[in-house]
Design a protein around this ligand. Structure first.
Ligand code: NAD
Length: 556
């Protein structure tokens, strides 16, 4: 291997001198990515790593990375060659003394980082800033071990650095305003999107996203849901880019468990962050995901497909809609367009005459007893072989069947992340619902161009249950001053590819419905689902969640 001896310095010729010179401490995955990004932005970069072979690997990876940018036409050959001349690699710490700032990307070990940052603080000029790329350690705690804690902040890049535009700028308790401002400007200068957040476990993205994995693990581990059903409900039903099970396989079960455990421990074993035994079992049995060829899925594996064309013979059905008038039209219209015979009764249930109905929809928020009364009235007008469909998330389909004596199924009426035209509709039947009935419902949705996505018969279904956990965590984060609602929404969209920020999504669903579902889940499954007081207050007052006044609130 062409390794660089531990004490040598690789210095380019004919430097481009006009830009600030920065250091990257650690030449691993993140350090290499960060260094390449800085070089591609025209900056002078010194990479420090005590291991010469790590420096050699980083140099090669940077050359290849810049080469790819050149091939894509993003950078010119001249720029690439001068960018490479701006790269210095060293295993000697004193060689970084003249830098304007450093970004530390050394292993995630508190003692190691403190020692490294303290040595660097001694070597650098007092004006130079210090940044850490830590994912899970406290920036304030690292800073407290330095002679001048005001110099340190967190600049948290996401992997792969070149592809992920989000950078969380973490303000430690003592971080000086000018240090934060300089880092903000630097992140903008290198073409990334800085989002300010307070120093708190998991910062924004790794904290708010925990529920995406946590609910999937519970649905599969505790309730027997199939991973594929969970993923399809979230991807085809709500518009997430990748289902949580497929995502955990991609991240690596061990990496995901480690982050889950760190956040959970840092919050002193708060139930919202508790890892799940299924995660541990998958790790213990080597089912780490794509990297071992087996996680929730076996690899290679076909990705989730788009909805199939309607395949079943569809006879026109005669269905009625009862409930909240505003909700009826949106759900009835596609059925009418598909040739079904539909009648809307709103809340005028006394005008329904018993007849040869195939089924009835009971839709729209109301008190539980009002909804139960609606369904009882509908059942009294339906023939014995007809079904009742409801968007009630507070009960199971089994409960509706027992109460009405009719086949019952529930469906997710919540809006998807980007538009209300969804590729699939999540549906839950009572266990033992005859296959033939399920096929009739599948054909009904297929006739409207949407796939039926089956999940377990649980209150909250898969999609809404997962979504309220994301919303609730975002609300807890707002409440504790981690970041503004606007910043949290933006961070989640940029950092995870969610189709909509959780707080904006909550406004589309209705904060009161979010709170109602969390309360139902809390009653059934415990404190993990306790709604954030900020969320409850805003829902009670009828205020939106995402109406932050200010990008001017760059930090709070
Ligand atoms: P890595 O293991 O790939 O690289 C760490 C590098 O640090 C290695 O090259 C190692 O030789 C070097 N190193 C060891 N001791 C050192 C020292 N005393 N001084 C300087 N360098 C030293 O790790 P990584 O995945 O690049 O992660 C680095 C940091 O970035 C961690 O704090 C991690 O939590 C954080 N982070 C990682 C990711 C990710 O997805 N990998 C994402 C965001 C943040």
């Amino acid at each position: 291997m062409n390794s660089i001896p531990a004490d040598s310095i690789f210095t380019g010729h004919d430097r481009v001198v006009s830009q600030p010179s920065l250091g990257v401490l650690g030449a691993g995955t993140m350090g290499t990515g960060i260094a390449q990004l800085l070089l591609a932005s025209g900056l002078q970069v010194t990479v420090y790593d005590p291991h010469g072979d790590a420096l050699s690997r980083a140099t090669r990876a940077i050359e290849q990375g810049l080469g790819r940018l050149m091939q894509k036409g993003t950078l010119t050959a001249e720029f690439c060659s001068s960018a490479l001349k701006n790269l210095t690699c060293t295993s000697t710490l004193s060689n970084i003394s003249k830098l304007d700032g450093v970004i530390e990307a050394a292993p995630e070990d508190f003692a190691l980082k403190v020692q490294l940052l303290s040595q660097v603080a001694d070597v650098l000029s007092p004006e130079a800033f210090l940044a850490t790329n830590t994912s899970s350690l406290s920036v304030s705690a690292l800073a407290a071990a330095l002679p001048d804690p005001s110099r340190l902040l967190g600049i948290h890049f996401f992997n792969p650095v070149h592809a992920m535009s989000l950078v969380e700028l973490v303000r430690g308790d003592a971080t000086a305003d000018d240090v934060f401002e300089r880092a903000w400007d630097l992140v903008e200068q290198i073409g990334k999107a800085p989002i300010a957040c307070r120093d708190t476990p998991g910062f924004i993205v790794n904290r708010v996203a925990r529920g995406y994995y946590g609910e999937a693990l519970r649905l599969v581990g505790d309730h027997g849901a199939e991973p594929e059903d969970v993923d399809r409900a979230l991807v085809l039903g709500l518009g997430f880019p990748l289902g949580p099970c497929a995502l955990m396989d991609l991240i690596g079960m061990d990496v995901n468990l480690s982050v889950s455990r760190q956040v959970w421990q840092a919050f002193f074993y708060e139930a919202r962050f508790a890892p799940h035994p299924l995660q541990q079992r998958l790790v213990d049995t080597g089912r780490l995901g794509r990297k071992t060829g087996h996680g929730f899925y076996r690899y290679p594996r076909a990705e989730i497909t788009t909805p199939s064309e309607p395949s079943l013979p569809v006879r026109p059905l005669r269905v009625m809609f009862a409930g909240q008038s505003a909700a009826l039209d949106a759900w009835a219209r596609p059925l009418v367009a598909a040739g079904h015979h539909v009648e809307l009764f709103g809340d005028h249930l006394e005008s329904i005459a018993p007849g040869d109905w195939d089924g009835a929809f009971e839709i729209g928020e109301a008190l539980p007893e009002v909804r139960a009364a609606r369904r009882a009235r509908l059942a009294s007008c339906l023939p014995g072989n007809a079904w009742i469909a409801s968007d009630d998330l507070s009960v199971t389909s089994t409960e509706i069947e027992v109460a009405t004596g009719r086949v019952a199924w529930r469906f997710c009426a919540w809006p998807g992340g980007q538009s209300d035209v969804r590729k699939g509709i999540e549906v839950a039947f009572a266990p033992h619902c005859p296959e033939m009935r399920q096929e009739q419902v599948r054909a009904l949705w297929q006739s409207t161009g949407r796939e039926m996505l089956c999940g377990p018969d649980l209150p909250g279904l898969i999609g809404p249950r997962t979504l309220v956990m994301l919303i609730n965590e975002a609300a807890f984060a707002v409440e504790s001053g981690v970041a503004t609602p606007e910043a949290i929404d933006r961070a989640m969209c940029l950092g995870t590819g969610y189709p909509c920020g959780p707080l904006e999504w909550a406004d589309r669903v209705g904060p009161d419905r979010v709170v109602a579902l969390l309360r139902t889940l809390r009653e059934l499954f415990g404190e993990r689902y306790r709604p954030a007081p900020w969320l409850v207050r805003r829902a009670t007052a009828g205020w939106p969640l995402s109406d932050s006044p200010a990008s001017s609130q760059r930090w709070r």
